[in-house]
Design a protein around this ligand. Sequence first.
Ligand SMILES: [Zn+2]
Length: 130
Amino acid sequence: MKSRKTICILGHHHPSASEAEYCNWLLARKQSGEIVNYLYIAPVELHVAGKLWKKWAIDFAVKENDGEITYHESKGWNRSDELFRMKLRAFMLEYPERKIYVNKKLVKFTPSGRIVMLEKRKRKTNLVKT
Ligand SMILES: [Zn+2]
């Protein structure tokens, strides 16, 4: 997928068309009352062995109707993007109570420690192998 700067309905300058589409999708969900609000760019700090490893600007933070804050990355899953997987893993280890979605799919650890995404679009829940 090619990346090109795209302006969403709210006027953010997103680095890619897919991210702008994600922002427009969240705006539509806000307008229809499915979520309370959302924030473009949610900075989090990731620590390894007690030291700051990386500052990660997650694409979106969403305030759900039950008050929970969830995190959303709009990028497509790229198996070769090892840094992204490391950031995901570090986030999930440091903030196990927070839900993170990648391209609308909830990310989970398997019991063996692999990262998987839960596919919600189909009737049954499928595990997407990574
Ligand atoms: Zn936007």
